[in-house]
Design a protein. Structure first.
Length: 442
């Protein structure tokens, strides 16, 4: 009996010892793994023993136009994020003062060379060709996919060995620096002059550009506006094409001889530079600021400037926008219909000319020329939060055509929209303005 009890006690002691040994072994393995992780991340130990390119990656928005929120991170910053050993990164747009939801985002990744990461959004925040990306500091941009995609909430990216910094954006980014690079080529051109429309709420210069004959009084005037909504950057590339056509092309000598263009490239300058959505900004956005007294400095100054400058000669006003990312009407070039017959007829005339004369790659579908009033989002409730610029400028004395363009961010009925073909479409817009004015002013 005593021997049996002794055997039971010894067996129990042996089991406890084995358990403690296993626990110690597991803890040692964890410590070894932690040391390996520490070496890989922080650079401790012999470099030859470390796995290459497994350090943390960094995501930031510390550049003009930056916007992203990284979910499930210990970072307390909204500009810098450090990602630890996780190949799936959850991100979402930073809405800031936007009422409701919107989709603009733009961020930079560094430290990810030779690795693949998966980026995941909580909703459809991608265009049909995925994200645009740049690995040369924003000088050139590419779409991730060559074909239209249906899954619009995530993407994977394999960074090359030289991809030390890569920018990702909802579409090719366009900020003040891009416009400055573009317009600098015309510094000595006698037909162009730069002025300050106003100083923004945050101290930035809101420029106005004039293109006109330096020694002749213009017969007619035209106003072109862009970026009433800060995030709508694709329209800026088309604006470049329009400006270049008017200044460079021999075919548009008539415009240079007879028309004074007033161009505002960034109505919401602060929003563009700070990476705001701009759309549905509280209490209302810049393009809803044309009822009663304007609350934004740029829209107030623009209204005053047009009334002082137009002199009864303003004939054409074009406001350039981008629509929503995907869906019917948002993935085809179109103009926004009026609820009044006369301005709608003039817009129809202009669009018909554009369709017949356009030479660029981006084509228009005659079935979707104009989003008629009462269709899709173009309904009375849309206008309840204030008049658009187009509605206000259509009341200026002497004007014939006031129109609002919607140029898709990425997909024009299956055609990939790029900075290059957007510029060519801008040239088509300039061509149509000349033909329309020549025909209408006879």
């Amino acid at each position: 009996m005593k021997q049996k009890q002794l055997f039971i006690v010894l067996t129990a002691i042996l089991m406890v010892c084995m358990s403690l040994h296993a626990k110690g072994h597991r803890e040692m393995m964890v410590r070894e793994r932690e040391m390996i992780v520490k070496e890989e991340v922080c650079g401790f130990g012999n470099p030859a023993d470390r796995i290459e390119n497994t350090q943390n990656i960094h995501i930031d928005t510390d550049f003009f136009g930056g916007n992203i929120i990284v979910e499930r991170t210990s970072s307390t910053s909204t500009q810098y994020y450090e990602i630890f050993f996780n190949d799936t990164i959850s991100i979402r747009p930073d809405l800031r003062d936007t009422e409701g939801d919107w989709f603009y985002w733009c961020f930079r990744v560094s430290g990810a060379a030779d690795q693949t990461f998966h980026f995941e959004f909580p909703g459809k925040y991608l265009g049909s060709f995925g994200p645009a990306y740049s690995n040369d500091n924003g000088k050139t941009w590419h779409w991730l996919y060559n074909k239209v995609q249906k899954k619009l909430n995530d993407f994977s990216f394999t960074f090359g060995e030289d991809d030390h910094e890569v920018y990702f954006c909802i579409a090719p980014l366009y900020t003040q620096a891009d416009f400055d690079r573009f317009i600098s080529q015309y510094e000595s051109n006698p037909y162009i002059s730069k002025h300050s429309l106003t100083i923004s709420e945050k101290g930035r210069n809101v420029e106005e550009i004039h293109i006109s004959h330096p020694q002749k009084r213009p017969k007619y005037k035209a106003v072109i506006t862009c970026r009433h909504h800060a995030c709508e950057m694709t329209a800026s590339y088309a604006l470049e094409g329009l400006i270049s056509a008017v200044l460079d092309e021999p075919d548009y000598e008539w415009l240079r001889q007879n028309v004074d263009f007033l161009i505002v490239p960034f109505v919401d300058k602060d929003g563009v530079e700070e990476g705001d959505q701009g759309k549905n900004r509280r209490p209302h956005d810049h393009n809803r600021d044309y009822s009663g007294e304007s609350i934004y400095k740029s829209t107030k100054a623009l209204r005053e400037r047009i009334l002082q400058w137009s002199d009864g000669k303003l004939k054409v006003a074009l406001d350039m926008h981008c629509p929503v990312l995907s869906g019917r009407w948002h993935e085809n070039i179109h103009f926004v219909g009026f609820n009044e017959k006369k301005p709608d007829n003039e817009q129809q005339k202009y669009v018909n000319i554009l369709y017949k004369r356009q030479k660029g790659e981006l084509r228009m579908n005659p079935e979707n020329f104009i989003l008629a009033y009462g269709t899709d989002w173009n309904v009375p409730s849309t206008w309840s939060n204030g008049n658009f610029f187009r509605e206000w400028v259509s009341t200026v004395e002497g004007i014939s055509l006031a129109t609002s363009l919607e140029l898709p961010y990425a997909n024009n009925e299956g055609q990939m929209v790029t900075p290059q073909n957007a510029r060519l479409f801008g040239k088509d817009l300039a061509d149509t303005i000349q033909f329309y004015m020549q025909e209408s002013m006879k």
